[in-house]
Design a protein around this ligand. Structure first.
Ligand SMILES: [Cu+2]
Length: 256
C-alpha cells in the first residue's frame, strides 16, 4: 500500500491550506487504485484441508492426513513441466514440517534466515494443481503428534506468485507403516482363516451415511474478511475525497 507524506517545506499559509487540500484530494483519488488493485487481481484462499489455526481457534485433528490441499477463489496457474522449471524448482510448492523444525515459521517471514536442512518435509512428490485447488501428498511415516506448519507457494491466474503458511495440530502420531504391514506378511499358519459368515444382507440404512466432514468444504472464518475490508477502505477513501473536494471549494470561494 502506498502512503503519501506531506513534507514540511510549505508556502505561506493560505496556499498551504490549498496545497494540503489538493494533496488530500489527489491522495484520496489515487489511493483506491493502489490499494484495491492487488486485492482485486489476486484470488483469495478460501479453505484448507486440514483447516488451519485461526486467531481465535486452534485446529486440532487426529493424525497427519495423507494429503493437504488448499482451495482459492479462482483457478491457479498450473506448474510448468519439470524440465522448464527455473533451477529445477517448481513455483508451486507445499512443504509440511513438524514442530521439531524450529525454523519452519521463518520460511515466510525471513526465508534467508530459515535453516530447514535438518527438518523433515513430509511432502512427497509434486504439488498438483486442479483448477482453484492445489493438493500435496504426504509421506506420514514417523509423523509425530504435535503442531504442523504448512508452507505453500502458488501462482495465481494472473501470473503472480504468493506464499504463506498455516498451522494445525495432530493429537496422535501417525501409525508406523512398517508395523502396520508386518502383520499381514507374517500370518499365523496354524490359525485357519475365519470363514466369512454367510450373513443376511445388512439392513439398508434409512439415511445415507454422512460422507466427508462439513468443515473440509466450509470456508474458514477469516477467509471472508478480505472483501469487506477493501469495501470499507474504498468507502472511506471516497468520503475523504468528497471532504477534500468541499474544502478546496470553500477555500476557493473565500478568496477575493
Ligand atoms: Cu496479482
Amino acid at each position: 500500500m502506498s502512503c503519501v507524506t506531506l513534507r514540511d517545506s510549505r508556502p505561506p499559509r493560505s496556499r498551504a491550506t490549498r496545497t494540503l487540500a489538493g494533496a488530500a484530494l489527489a491522495a484520496a483519488l489515487l489511493a483506491p487504485l493502489s490499494a484495491a488493485a492487488p486485492a482485486a487481481a489476486h484470488s483469495n484462499l478460501i479453505s484448507t484441508t486440514p483447516e488451519g489455526d485461526s486467531p481465535d481457534q486452534q485446529s486440532v485433528i487426529e493424525v497427519l492426513p495423507p494429503e493437504v490441499s488448499l482451495t482459492f477463489s479462482e483457478d491457479l496457474t498450473a506448474p510448468l513441466p519439470a524440465d522448464q522449471q527455473k533451477d529445477g524448482e517448481s513455483n508451486t510448492q507445499i512443504q509440511v514440517y513438524d514442530s521439531s523444525c524450529e525454523d519452519a515459521g521463518l520460511l515466510i517471514a525471513d526465508p534467508g534466515r530459515a535453516d530447514t536442512r535438518d527438518c523433515t518435509d513430509y511432502a512427497t512428490g509434486d504439488a498438483v494443481v486442479d483448477g482453484p485447488t492445489v493438493t500435496q501428498a504426504l509421506d506420514v511415516a514417523g509423523a509425530p503428534a504435535g503442531t504442523y506448519t504448512v508452507v505453500w507457494q502458488v501462482v495465481y491466474g494472473d501470473g503472480h506468485a504468493d506464499s504463506q503458511m498455516f498451522t494445525f495440530t495432530t493429537e496422535d502420531a501417525a501409525e508406523d507403516p512398517a508395523e502396520a504391514t508386518e502383520e499381514p506378511t507374517d500370518p499365523d499358519p496354524t490359525q485357519a482363516p475365519e470363514e466369512t459368515p454367510s450373513a443376511a444382507p445388512s439392513e439398508a440404512p434409512d439415511e445415507p451415511a454422512e460422507t466427508g466432514s462439513p468443515d473440509a468444504t466450509a470456508p474458514s472464518d477469516d477467509a471472508g474478511i478480505g472483501a469487506p475490508v477493501v469495501i470499507a477502505i474504498v468507502g472511506g477513501v471516497v468520503v475523504l475525497a468528497l471532504i477534500a473536494f468541499i474544502v478546496v471549494m470553500i477555500v476557493r470561494a473565500r478568496r477575493p
